[in-house]
Design a protein around this ligand. Structure first.
Ligand code: PEP
Ligand code: MN
Length: 270
C-alpha cells in the first residue's frame, strides 16, 4: 500500500498500547459507556455499572459531532470534569472525543485516550494536533473511507511523533438501510495483515440496534479484533443521544460473559 510506512506491519511485531494497567493489543479490551455525558448521576452510575459488568475502560462524549446543529452538542468542559469524577469513582481510564484542534491540549488533560470520530477521520489539522500529544489516539474509520485512506490518517498521527494509535471500525455506508451502517468485519483481518496497530470494533454505531450488538461483538472476537467499544446507558429510554443502540447494564454484563467465554475457547483452541 502506497505511503503506508510507519503503520505497516514488519516481521509480525505488533504494537500494544498501554493505558495505565490496560493493554490494547494484548487480550480483548472492552470500552463501554454512554454515547454522551448527560449529567453527573447518569455518567457515574453508568461508569460503575460497566465496571461491574467487566469493562476495561469508560467511554463518553463531552463534545458530540452531531448531524444537526440543533441536536445536543455535549456538555463540553463540564462533561470532561464529570468524566474525571467517573474515573476517580471507578478507576476506569476514560476515552473521549476531541472535535476541534483548539481543544486538543486541554481535552488531553482530562482524557486517557483521545477519540477521533468518523466524521473527523480526515481532518488533517486535527490529526496533526493529536499527533503532538502524549495520549493514545482511538482513530475511528470514516464512514466513506477505504482502509488505505484510514491507514494514511494513522500515518499523520504517527508521523507527528505519537506512536499510540488504535484503529476502530464503526461501520461504513452501503445501500443497506436496516442497519445504521454496515460493519466491515473483513477490515479486522485485512488490517491485521497490513498494520501493527491494534484494531477494535464499534458494534453500536455499526448496527444502531441493541439486538445486533451481542452477535457483532462475538464476531469481533472471532475475527481477531483487539476489542470493542460499545454504548451502555443506565436508562436507555431516556438517553439524549443514540438511545436505540444503548445496552442496559444487564445486557452488557450478559454480553461480556459470552465474550469472555469465546475468548477463552479461542485461546484454548490449537
Ligand atoms: C462516538 O463513538 O461517539 C461517535 C460519534 O461515533 P462515530 O464517530 O463512529 O460516528
Ligand atoms: Mn453514539
Amino acid at each position: 500500500m502506497k505511503n503506508i510506512r510507519l503503520s505497516a506491519l514488519h516481521e509480525n511485531e505488533r504494537t500494544v498500547v498501554r493505558i495505565g494497567h490496560v493493554k490494547v493489543g494484548d487480550g480483548f479490551c472492552i470500552i463501554a459507556g454512554p454515547c454522551s455525558v448527560e449529567n453527573e448521576k447518569q455518567t457515574i452510575e453508568t461508569a460503575e455499572a460497566v465496571r461491574d459488568g467487566g469493562a476495561d475502560m469508560l467511554r463518553g462524549g463531552a463534545f458530540k459531532p452531531r448531524t444537526s446543529p440543533y441536536a445536543f452538542q455535549g456538555l463540553g468542559l463540564q462533561g470532561l470534569k464529570i468524566l474525571k469524577k467517573a474515573r476517580e469513582a471507578t478507576g476506569l481510564p476514560v476515552v473521549t472525543e476531541v472535535i476541534d484542534t483548539r481543544d486538543v491540549p486541554w481535552v488531553a488533560e482530562y482524557a486517557d485516550v483521545l477519540q477521533i470520530g468518523a466524521r473527523n477521520m480526515q481532518n488533517f489539522s486535527l490529526l496533526k494536533e493529536v499527533g503532538k500529544t502524549q495520549k493514545p489516539i482511538l482513530l475511528k474509520r470514516g464512514m466513506n473511507s477505504t482502509i488505505e485512506e484510514w491507514l494514511n490518517c494513522a500515518e499523520y498521527i504517527l508521523d507527528g511523533g505519537n506512536p499510540d494509535v488504535i484503529l476502530c471500525e464503526r461501520g461504513i455506508r452501503t445501500f443497506e438501510t436496516y442497519t445504521r451502517n454496515t460493519l466491515d468485519i473483513s477490515a479486522v483481518p485485512a488490517l491485521k495483515e497490513l498494520t501493527h496497530l491494534p484494531v477494535m470494533i464499534d458494534p453500536s454505531h455499526a448496527s444502531g440496534r441493541v439486538s445486533l450488538i451481542p452477535p457483532l461483538s462475538l464476531a469481533a472476537v472471532a475475527s481477531g479484533s483487539d476489542g470493542i467499544m460499545v454504548e451502555v446507558h443506565v436508562n436507555p429510554s431516556e438517553a439524549i443521544c443514540d438511545k436505540e443502540q444503548a445496552l442496559t447494564p444487564a445486557q452488557f454484563k450478559a454480553m461480556v460473559g459470552k465474550i469472555r467465554s469465546l475468548q477463552q475457547f479461542m485461546a484454548d483452541s490449537p
